[in-house]
Design a protein around this ligand. Structure first.
Ligand SMILES: *[C@@H]1O[C@H](CO)[C@@H](O)[C@H](O)[C@H]1NC(C)=O
Ligand SMILES: *[C@@H]1O[C@H](CO)[C@@H](O)[C@H](O)[C@H]1NC(C)=O
Length: 764
C-alpha cells in the first residue's frame, strides 16, 4: 500500500521519463539538434545510450568502456553516417553489431582491444567507405569478415598483431583503394591473400616481418601502383621478384638487403620510383635490359663502395637519366660524395695491382659479385630438389649421411632436415655463399667441427634444433658474420655452450629451449653482445651467476620458465640494463625477496610469475615497479595475500586467478584497488571456506574492516574519486584475466621459410 505522497512521486517520475523520450539528449552526452550530432565522450559508458535520438547522423562515443558491442547495438539509430568509437575498451564486436547502419560512411574503432574480426562483424555496412581498426590486438581475420563492405575505399589495420594473412582474407572489398597493414608482425602472406582486390591501388605493408618479397601474392594485384614494404627484414630480391603490371612506386627502404638482382623488377614495366635506401648494399648493377624506365633510384644509407664495380650503374644512370640518391661509403677519398656528383671516370680500381686487391677485398666482402649470368639449368646434387625461380634447394628426409655438395651458388634457402649426418665436418658448405637460411633440424648431429659453416657469409638463420648436440667449440660458428637467429632447442646440452657465440657479433636471438642446462655461469654471452632474446625455457637451471648476463646491454627478452630456480636471480638481472620481458613461470620459487626487480624496474614491461607455488609477494617484493609495468602474471600460485598494487599505474593486464586469496581485512587494499577499475576481475577467495570460489569483488566481508567506508559496496560502478583518494589508489587503466599466450614480438621465429618450402614443393 502506497501513501499518497509516494504515489505522487511515482506519477511525477513516470511523467518525467515520458517527457525525456524523443528528441532529447541522453545523460552524459552533448547533442546538437541542428547538425544532428551526439557526443558522449570520455564518460566510461558501458553501453550505447539507448535514448539517442533516432535521426542522429553523427555519433561520437570515444573514451568509454564498452567491452563488447552486442548484436544490433545501433539498431535504433539507422541514419548514422559517422560513428566513432576510439578508446572505448572494446574487446569484441559481435556478429551483426552494426546491423541496420546501411548509411554509415565512416566507422572508427581505433585504439581498442579487438582480437578477432568475426565473419559477420561488419554486416549491414553496405555504404561504408572508411573502416579504421588501427591500434587494436587483431590477430585473426575470419573468412568473409569484410564480405559485405562492397563500397569500402580504405581499410586500415595498422598496429595490430597479425602474423599471417590467409587466402581470401579481404574477399568482398570490391571498391577498396588503399589497404593499410603497417606495423603488424606479418611474416607470411598466403598466395591468394589479396585475391579479388581488383581496385586496390595502394598497399602498405611496412614495418612487418616479411623475409622475402611475396612475389606470387603480389602478382594477384593488377592495379596496385604504390607498394610500401619499408622496414621489413628482407635480405635479397631475386630475379623477376616484382611482377606487378601497374606498379610505379616501390618502397624497400630500411630492409636488410645485401643483394638486389638486376632483373628483380624486369616484370614491372611501369615502375619509376625505387627506394632501396637504408639497406646493406655495397654495389648495384644497372637494371637488366628490358627493365622499366626508372626516374629515381634511392640508395641513401647503403654502404656503397664507389669502385669500378659501381661504374656501370653510374653510366647507366646518366644514359637513362635516372636520378640517383645516396652517397659513397668508400673508398676514403670518395667517402660521403653524392653518387650523382661522382663521374664514371672516378669510379676506378686504380692500378692493376690495386684493382686486383680491391677486387679480392670486394669478393671477400661480397662473395656474389660480379655476378655471372645464371646457367639455364640449376645445379643440384643427386637426391635433392632445387628450384631456380626462388633459389630454394631441398634434400629433406632423403636419408643422406653426408652433406650433399654441388648446389647452385645462387641458393638462398638450403633445407637439409631429417637426414643422418651425425656430425658436420669443417667446410661442409663450399660454394653456397648466398644461403640466407640453413635447415639442419633432426639430423642426429652430435658434433659440429670448427669452421663447419666457413664461407656462408650471408647466413642469417641457422636451425640446428632437435639434434644430439651437447657441446659446441668456440670456433664452430666461424665465418658467419651475419648470423642473426640461431636455433639450438631440443638438443642435449647440460651446460651452456659458453664461448661458442663469441664469433657471432650480429646474433639477436638464441634459442636453447628444451635442453638440460643446469646452471648459467658468468659471461655466458661473451661476444654476442647484440643479443636481444635469450630463450631457455624447459631446462634444468638451478642457479644463475650474478654476472651471467655481463655483458649483454641489449638483452630485452629472457625466458627462464619451467626451470628449477628457487629464487629470483635478481643480481643477474641487475646487470642486464635493457630487460623488458622476464618469464619465470613454473619455477619452484616460493617467495620473492625485497626489491627482486628493483634494479630493472625502469625497463621491465612484462613479468611472468605464474604457476610457481608462490606463497608470498610482499610490498617490498615489488619495490621499484611503477608505471612502466604493462603485464603481470601471478595466476596459479599459493598467494593468500597481495600487497597494494596501486603503484602499478601502467598495468594493462594482470592475472590473479587460481590463488587461495584470504578474503579478510588485510586484502582490503587489493579490494579497493579492484573497485577502482570497473572491469571484470576474476580474483577469487580461497578462504575462509564459506567464501571459497566467490569473487573478491563481490564479497561483503570487507564492509566491517577499519578504513572502509560502509556505503562503498553498494556502488558497483566507481563514483568520482576525490583527489586524495585517487592519489592513494590510482587505478590502472585495465585489468583483465587473460590466457598467457605468446604475443607476436619483434624477434619472431621465421616461419615463412618453412611454409614457403612446403608450399612450393606441393606445386612442383
Ligand atoms: C573513467 O574511468 C577512469 C579509470 O577508471 C577514471 O580515471 C575517470 O575519471 C573516469 N571518468 C569518468 C568521467 O567517470
Ligand atoms: C613462459 O614460460 C612458460 C613455461 O614455463 C610457457 O609455457 C609460457 O608460454 C611462457 N610465456 C610466454 C609469454 O612466453
Amino acid at each position: 500500500m502506497y501513501s499518497l505522497s509516494t504515489l505522487l512521486v511515482i506519477i511525477l517520475f513516470a511523467l518525467k521519463i515520458h517527457s525525456v523520450q524523443p528528441g532529447k539528449c541522453p545523460k552524459f552526452c552533448i547533442c546538437d539538434n541542428i547538425q544532428l550530432t551526439v557526443a558522449c565522450v570520455n564518460k566510461n559508458l558501458t553501453e550505447v545510450p539507448p535514448t539517442i535520438d533516432e535521426i542522429t547522423v553523427k555519433l561520437d562515443l570515444r573514451g568509454n568502456d564498452m567491452q563488447e558491442l552486442p548484436t544490433g547495438a545501433f539498431t535504433h539509430t539507422p541514419y548514422l553516417t559517422h560513428l566513432t568509437l576510439q578508446n572505448s575498451n572494446i574487446r569484441r564486436v559481435r556478429e551483426g553489431a552494426f546491423r541496420r547502419l546501411g548509411r554509415l560512411v565512416l566507422l572508427n574503432l581505433a585504439n581498442n582491444k579487438i582480437e578477432i574480426l568475426y565473419q559477420e562483424s561488419f554486416d549491414g555496412l553496405s555504404s561504408l567507405k572508411q573502416l579504421i581498426i588501427d591500434r587494436n590486438r587483431v590477430e585473426e581475420i575470419q573468412p568473409g569478415a569484410f564480405s559485405q563492405l562492397g563500397l569500402l575505399n580504405l581499410l586500415s589495420l595498422t598496429h595490430n598483431q597479425l602474423v599471417y594473412l590467409p587466402n581470401m582474407a579481404f574477399q568482398g572489398l570490391q571498391n577498396i583503394k588503399w589497404l593499410r597493414l603497417s606495423h603488424n608482425s606479418l611474416n607470411y602472406l598466403a598466395t591468394e591473400a589479396f585475391a579479388g582486390l581488383f581496385t586496390l591501388t595502394r598497399l602498405s605493408l611496412d614495418n612487418n616481418e616479411l623475409q622475402f618479397f611475396p612475389t606470387e601474392t603480389m602478382t594477384r594485384l593488377p592495379e596496385v601502383i604504390r607498394l610500401e614494404l619499408s622496414h621489413n627484414p628482407m635480405t635479397y630480391l631475386g630475379e623477376e621478384s616484382v611482377s606487378m603490371p601497374k606498379l610505379t612506386h616501390l618502397f624497400l627502404d630500411h630492409n636488410s638487403l645485401q643483394d638486389f638482382s638486376n632483373a628483380a623488377i624486369l616484370l614491372s614495366p611501369h615502375l619509376a620510383h625505387l627506394d632501396l635506401s637504408h639497406n646493406q648494399l655495397r654495389v648495384l648493377q644497372p637494371m637488366a635490359p628490358g627493365s622499366p624506365k626508372l626516374t629515381r633510384l634511392n640508395l641513401a644509407g647503403n654502404p656503397i663502395y664507389c669502385s669500378c664495380y659501381m661504374r656501370p650503374l653510374r653510366e647507366w644512370a646518366i644514359r637513362e637519366r635516372v636520378r640517383l640518391g645516396g652517397t659513397c661509403g668508400g673508398p676514403a677519398h670518395l667517402s660521403d660524395e653524392n653518387l650523382e656528383a661522382v663521374q664514371p671516370i672516378d669510379l676506378r680500381c686504380q692500378s692493376q695491382e690495386a684493382m686486383l686487391k680491391a677486387e679480392l677485398e670486394e669478393q671477400r666482402r661480397l662473395p656474389t659479385l660480379p655476378t655471372t649470368p645464371p646457367p639455364d639449368k640449376v645445379k643440384c646434387p643427386a637426391n635433392c630438389e632445387c628450384e631456380a625461380e626462388n633459389h630454394h634447394s631441398s634434400c629433406e628426409n632423403k636419408g643422406h649421411t653426408k652433406i650433399p655438395r654441388g648446389f647452385s651458388p645462387d641458393t638462398r634457402l638450403l633445407d637439409l632436415r631429417g637426414n643422418h649426418f651425425h656430425y658436420i665436418p669443417a667446410n661442409s658448405f663450399p660454394g653456397v655463399a648466398k644461403v640466407v637460411s640453413l635447415h639442419l633440424q633432426r639430423c642426429k648431429i652430435h658434433e659440429v667441427e670448427d669452421g663447419a659453416f666457413n664461407g656462408m657469409k650471408s647466413l642469417v638463420y641457422l636451425y640446428l634444433s632437435e639434434n644430439d648436440l651437447s657441446s659446441l667449440s668456440p670456433e664452430a660458428f666461424k665465418g658467419l658474420p651475419h648470423l642473426t637467429y640461431l636455433h639450438l632447442e631440443k638438443n642435449r646440452f647440460t651446460q651452456f655452450p659458453k664461448g661458442a657465440f663469441k664469433l657471432l657479433p650480429g646474433l639477436l636471438a638464441l634459442h636453447m629451449e628444451d635442453n638440460d642446462i643446469t646452471k648459467l655461469e658468468a659471461g655466458l654471452l661473451t661476444g654476442a653482445e647484440k643479443l636481444r632474446g635469450l630463450y631457455l625455457t624447459s631446462n634444468a637451471i638451478t642457479a644463475v651467476a650474478p654476472r651471467a648476463f655481463v655483458p649483454a646491454p641489449d638483452l630485452d627478452t629472457l625466458h627462464l620458465g619451467s626451470n628449477k630456480l628457487k629464487e629470483v636471480p635478481s643480481e643477474a638481472f641487475s646487470k642486464a640494463s635493457s630487460l623488458a620481458e622476464i618469464n619465470l613461470s613454473r619455477n619452484p620459487i616460493r617467495w620473492i625477496g625485497a626489491g627482486g626487480f628493483q634494479s630493472i624496474a625502469a625497463t621491465l614491461k612484462h613479468l611472468y610469475l605464474n604457476h610457481m607455488g608462490l606463497e608470498k609477494v610482499s610490498k617490498d617484493s615489488l619495490a621499484g615497479l611503477g608505471s612502466g609495468l604493462r603485464s603481470l602474471f601471478l595466476e596459479g600460485n599459493q598467494l593468500e595475500e597481495l600487497p597494494d598494487l596501486s603503484p602499478l599505474t601502467g598495468l594493462e593486464v594482470i592475472n590473479l586467478a587460481e590463488n587461495p586469496l584470504l578474503c579478510d581485512c588485510p586484502l582490503l587494499p587489493l579490494r579497493k584497488w579492484i573497485e577502482q577499475v570497473n572491469l571484470k576481475v576474476r580474483a577469487t577467495c580461497g578462504h575462509p571456506p564459506e567464501l571459497r570460489g566467490q569473487r573478491v569483488k563481490d564479497v561483503h566481508v570487507f564492509k566491517s574492516c577499519p578504513g572502509e567506508k560502509p556505503p562503498s559496496t553498494q556502488h558497483p560502478k566507481p563514483t568520482k574519486a576525490t583527489k586524495t583518494e585517487s592519489a592513494l589508489i590510482s587505478p590502472p587503466k585495465v585489468i583483465k584475466i587473460v590466457k598467457a599466450k605468446g604475443k607476436p614480438r619483434k624477434i619472431a621465429q621465421p616461419k615463412t621459410v618453412q611454409k614457403r618450402t612446403t608450399k612450393k614443393r606441393k606445386s612442383v
